[in-house]
Write a protein that binds this ligand. Structure first.
Ligand code: ARG
Length: 501
């Protein structure tokens, strides 16, 4: 029976053909790891549904690495002779080499584990059948996925850092330029433009901490040795395995170890929140780039034109950055909904975890450089930002003027509200009202009240830590630069390669 084609959305299809690997379905099917108790062939529709190699293929470096460690552990446990263990390791290195050189799955490969089993068999013959002693794909896949997550968060960390560096660069160049800050997207108070820009830096800093924590979670416990669910019946040294693969501990419960996908959920939460932050940054820039605001001008490398309207320059990159928030959130929700209600231990539903995980990480790895590029080529229009700071935005400062003269803030607020109403009625800005109006509203107003209508002064007054004042802004920039200084110590394998012994 001919096996069904690889799923249509399977990125592997094209690669298999391009790489010139001759599909050998029969050979791949012979390397199923579970055929013995079945008399009949499985249905093509099951094979099509069950096959995950198109998704999990990318786990191969980690699965090969964990298999090498397992071959050593089997020797250590007295299951394999030294010679057998070494032949398996050499066979696995050759499989690694072939895959690095571009070898791709064959049509009948079920998943990355059976694919590697097939390739190893071609290298070492029947000995390959001994490698699976005492282990299951359940502990294998959990181990490989954890190792993959640790690598993935390291890649994301670098991509987020690049965006943060770009924010710092612009914030530094903006100097003391002022702009309105908005609440409810209504003009609120003047701030340094750099202060607004850096408000997007700190969420990314928290994202990097969350990603690093997710990486640590992934590497916190080694599942290998848990077998299918009850643990391995051989005296495997899990400590040896954990050390060689760079995990910080071993799982305390085999049922939990094969059913635990918390580490995937943690990566997906971190990516969903990161994408949410990127989405908000993109939205700010899109709005500020509209003609109505005109605070920023988009560059040309990350914008597109319209097929109909010759004048258009559309911020497509930023719009797609904004859209990625929905996609990353969808991946998190897909995982949680899949896990919710599963019985203890492994169920095949869990195979879907990688679809969500890889999609979210791939999306972010695509979106982050585009966000960095689009931000990098922005030009800031200080004149437009400054011009948008109306004197009504200093209403709080006028109230503070009265407070400084002993008026309660409640009374001051009411008095300034009356002034704003008067200015509105006459179509004037607050600073255009004659002093008589001020004096009529509250006896504590002196002519020097007009000084409190200066946006620059308003900003300068807010110089406490975290405020928009010049001293605070400098300190903030320093803190942001300091956060960039050393690369974060992300968890990885300890780099020990188990060789012949
Ligand atoms: N491809 C499977 C996955 O990703 C590997 C584990 C298969 N285990 C099993 N009992 N069928 O989850």
């Amino acid at each position: 029976m001919t096996p069904p084609p690889v799923r249509p959305d399977d990125p592997v299809i094209g690669i298999v053909e391009d790489a010139g690997v001759r599909p050998s379905p029969a050979r791949a099917r012979a390397h199923r790891l579970w055929g013995g108790r079945f008399a009949a062939e499985s249905a093509p529709a099951l094979d099509a549904l069950n096959r995950s190699v198109g998704t999990d293929f990318r786990l191969w470096p980690h699965d090969v690495r964990a298999s090498m460690a397992w071959a050593v552990a089997l020797w250590d446990a007295g299951v394999l002779t030294l010679e057998e263990s070494q032949r398996l390791e050499m066979g696995l290195s050759s499989v690694h080499q072939q895959l690095s050189d571009g070898a791709r799955p064959e049509t009948g490969d079920e998943d990355v584990h059976t694919m590697i089993d097939r390739m190893l068999n071609a290298e070492v013959g029947d000995l390959s059948g001994r490698l699976h002693t005492g282990r299951s794909r359940n502990d294998q896949v959990a181990t490989a996925a954890r190792l993959w997550c640790a690598d993935a968060v390291t890649g994301l960390d670098s991509a987020v850092r690049a965006l943060q560096e770009t924010l710092i660069g612009h914030a530094t160049a903006l100097g003391d330029a002022l702009m309105p800050a908005y609440t409810h997207l209504q003009r609120a108070q003047p701030v340094a433009a750099a202060h607004w820009l850096l408000n997007h830096f700190w969420p990314l800093e928290r994202d990097r901490a969350r990603l690093a924590a997710a990486g640590r979670s992934a590497m916190a416990v080694l599942p290998l040795g848990s077998g299918a669910i009850a643990g391995s019946a051989y005296p495997i040294s899990r400590v040896l395995l954990k050390e060689s693969l760079g995990f910080s501990g071993v799982s305390p419960n085999s049922v939990d170890a094969v059913g635990d996908r918390d580490f995937v959920a943690e990566v997906l939460f971190a990516t969903a929140l990161l994408a949410t932050h990127l989405s908000r940054l993109a939205e700010d820039l899109i709005v500020f780039g509209s003609s109505e605001f005109g605070f920023v001008q988009f560059g040309e490398a990350f914008t597109t034109g319209s097929s109909m309207m010759p004048q258009k320059r559309n911020p497509d990159a930023l719009e797609l950055v904004r859209a990625s928030g929905g996609r990353a959130l969808g991946d998190l929700v897909a995982l949680l909904v899949t896990l919710k209600g599963l019985p203890s231990g492994y169920s095949k539903d869990m195979q879907e975890d990688k679809r969500a995980l890889f999609d979210a990480v791939d999306t972010l790895m695509l979106v982050l450089p585009a966000a960095t590029g689009a931000l990098g080529e922005l030009a800031f229009r200080r004149d437009r930002m400054q011009a948008a700071v109306g004197s009504g935005m200093m209403a709080t400062d006028v109230a503070d003027y009265l407070v400084a003269r002993g008026v309660t803030f409640r009374d001051a607020h009411r008095a300034v509200g009356t002034l704003i109403r008067a200015a509105d009625a006459q179509g004037l800005e607050l600073h255009e009202l004659p002093f008589a109006e001020f004096a009529a509203v509250h006896p504590e107003f002196g002519i020097d009240v007009f000084e409190s209508l200066s946006p620059r002064r308003s900003v300068e007054r807010r110089d406490l830590t975290g405020g928009t004042g010049p001293g605070a802004l400098q300190a903030q920039l320093e803190a942001a630069r300091a956060a960039m200084a050393p690369p974060r110590d992300t968890p990885r394998g300890n780099g020990v390669v188990i060789g012949a012994r």
